[in-house]
Structures are given as structure tokens and as C-alpha cells.
Ligand binder design. Structure first.
Ligand code: AR6
Length: 192
């Protein structure tokens, strides 16, 4: 885990780091889940393994009560043994070529995750790069959508109780893509 790059937005800090989300300490970690909340590979599998069976148990209960979590929405469970008070499960879009509303669903996944955090008094939140693994969303486009959604939320009245939002990128390549997308969106040049 490096210290990454950070930017102040409103009252909060938006931070990009390179690392493993399962090792991050925050009030809430965000999982890139599927609609059935059934667990899987990627960051979902890693968070369930690290957090223990209490997470899957609560996911099963949510699935039984409300059928899961539609793309673009988010639900909160225990974080089990993870270093967090809660685990927010959100579902990104499956990439279908870019004309099927994928950008909007991805934007809502970030926005609704932060809304849920705020509603539960969780002030520091760490995300993975949603949809850019198994779901195939191209990372440069996903980075722009994700960062725009996070910057907009942090600048809005709704976002004022948040202290830090972190994007934890798993590879140096993804980190570089997010870093230059953030430079572009915030009008700054990336450091050499
Ligand atoms: N820490 C941070 N990022 C990670 C980690 C980690 N430990 N492990 C993987 N990533 P994916 P999706 C990155 O496939 O595309 C699951 O099976 C990874 O490099 O985890 O939203 C679910 O159950 C990539 O950049 O999520 C769903 O069925 C990013 O996390 C489906 O995959 C997202 O990749 C969701 O697909």
C-alpha cells in the first residue's frame, strides 16, 4: 500500500492508492458484488475470504428478504473481520459495448454507495474499481465515470459529512489510469 495521491474536495479528501482493499482500514469498504449477492471471484471473493462467513450469512438474509441488489444500487452488511465498521455491496454494470446505459449504472453504484455510508454515519469509505474486472468495463472510461461521481458527491450538500473517500487500485496500470483521469477532471497535470 502506498500513500497514493490525494485531493481536497469540499470538506473531504479524495485519495487514490495502489493496494489490496482487504487490508484497508476505513469506516466502510465497498464490494463490487453481483445482483444475487452470491459471492464470486475478484475483489468480492477476496473480501468474503478476509471478512469471514458472517458477511455471506447477511447477504443470504438480504437475498431472501428483497431478492438481492439491482445494478446501480447498494446494500450494507457487517464487515466481519475486515478493518471496517460496515461493508457496502454495490453492483456495477456488465459491459455490453457502452450503449446500454453502462455509464449511468456505474455512476449510480458509486453515488448510492456514498449515500448509504452517509445514512449510517460512516465518514471514511474505500472503493475498488467497480466493474473493470469480470464485468469488462474499460478502465479508462470507468475511471472518468467513477471519479466524476465521487467528486460531484463530495462537492454536493449530501457529501459534507464524509471525511475521506479512497479508491484502492489493485495494479500499477489501473492506478496510472485513474491518476491521469483525476488530473484531467481536476484540471491538474499528473506528476511525472
Ligand atoms: N483489492 C482491490 N482491488 C481488487 C482486489 C483487491 N483485493 N482484487 C481484485 N481487485 P472484479 P467486477 C480489482 O472482477 O468487474 C465477482 O465475481 C480488480 O483488479 O472484482 O465489478 C462478483 O461476484 C478489478 O480492477 O469486479 C461479480 O460477479 C476490480 O477489482 C463480478 O465479479 C474489479 O474487478 C463483479 O465484477
Amino acid at each position: 500500500m502506498n500513500d497514493g495521491f490525494s485531493l481536497t474536495v469540499g470538506r473531504a479528501v479524495l485519495r487514490l492508492t495502489l493496494g489490496d482493499l482487504t487490508e484497508v482500514a476505513a469506516d466502510a469498504l465497498v464490494n463490487a458484488a453481483n445482483s444475487r449477492l452470491a459471492g464470486g471471484g475478484g475483489v468480492d471473493g477476496a473480501l468474503h475470504r478476509a471478512g469471514g462467513p458472517a458477511i455471506a450469512e447477511e447477504c443470504r438474509r438480504i437475498r431472501a428478504e428483497r431478492g438481492g441488489c439491482p445494478p446501480g444500487e447498494a446494500v450494507l452488511t457487517t464487515a466481519g473481520r475486515l478493518k471496517a465498521r460496515g461493508l457496502i455491496h454495490t453492483v456495477g454494470p456488465v459491459w455490453r459495448g457502452g450503449q446500454a446505459g453502462e455509464d449511468e449504472v456505474l455512476r449510480r453504484a458509486y453515488q448510492n454507495s456514498l449515500r448509504l455510508a452517509v445514512a449510517h454515519g460512516l465518514r471514511t469509505v474505500a472503493f475498488p474499481s467497480i466493474s473493470t474486472g469480470a464485468y469488462g468495463f474499460p478502465v479508462a472510461r470507468a475511471a472518468r465515470v467513477a471519479l466524476r461521481a465521487l467528486l460531484d458527491f463530495l462537492a454536493s450538500p449530501e457529501g459534507q459529512s464524509l471525511a475521506e473517500v479512497q479508491l484502492v487500485l489493485h495494479t500499477p496500470e489501473d492506478y496510472a489510469v485513474y491518476r491521469s483521469a483525476l488530473a484531467e477532471l481536476s484540471g491538474q497535470r499528473p506528476l511525472p
